[in-house]
Write a new protein. Structure first.
Length: 207
């Protein structure tokens, strides 16, 4: 009796630019989800500078490398908790609905939930609402790079998700972070995120 072969999805390797985009989304998801530990700080500090690309991103990445080389993990944890933690209202909200909800007919979580289901993506965490910004960054990582048995999404699918769920919130989120009195290391993180997401915004408008 011949065994029936299980179909295997074969995906094309990512171009270097797409791989870099996915890496940035992965980093932003991780570093906004929790304070960087010693391993992550060391890895960033040892990273190579970016050259030959967008000057905004080059400078922001170099500034984060320098900040990571000087940052202590305990201090990073204290800063993270001061900015994003605490009981009740945090200094800087990590939820897109806080920044975009007033501009929407329905709450962003309703639309994000529907779009994630339509794209075959489950929320990264069952403990956080769908508009959790680190979760949105992770969803973009999967759309760019593929993962969990699926290939990368089309540029149009990436654009639609980004413009629907990240773009309405990111400018106000970055301004809140940049203006937070307790932000030190995370001001550099925010500058990197702002530079990268500005490039993403411009690219999606041109494609």
């Amino acid at each position: 009796m011949n065994a029936v072969a299980t179909p295997v999805a074969v995906h094309r390797p990512l171009a270097a630019e797409e791989s870099a985009r996915a890496d940035f989304y992965a980093l932003l998801s991780r570093i906004f989800q929790a304070a960087p530990d010693g391993e992550l700080l060391t890895a960033i500090a040892a990273s190579e500078p970016i050259s030959g690309g967008d000057p905004r991103l080059e400078k922001a990445w170099q500034d984060l490398i320098l900040a990571s080389s000087a940052m202590d993990p305990d201090a990073a944890l204290d800063e993270y908790e001061a900015l994003f933690g605490g009981v009740g209202k945090s200094t800087v909200s990590l939820y897109a609905g806080f920044y975009a909800g007033a501009m929407a007919i329905d709450h962003p979580r309703v639309r994000i939930r529907a779009d994630l289901a339509g794209l075959g993506l489950a929320p990264r965490s069952t403990h956080e609402p769908e508009d959790y910004i680190p979760g949105l960054f992770d969803a973009m990582r999967v759309l760019v790079a593929g993962g969990a048995g699926r290939g990368a999404a089309t540029v149009e699918e990436q654009r639609r998700f980004f413009q629907s769920h990240l773009e309405p919130a990111i400018e106000r989120f970055m301004k809140a972070l940049a203006g937070a009195e307790k932000a030190n290391y995370y001001r550099r993180v925010g500058a990197l995120a702002a530079a990268f997401l500005a490039i993403e915004t411009e690219s999606f408008e041109l494609d």
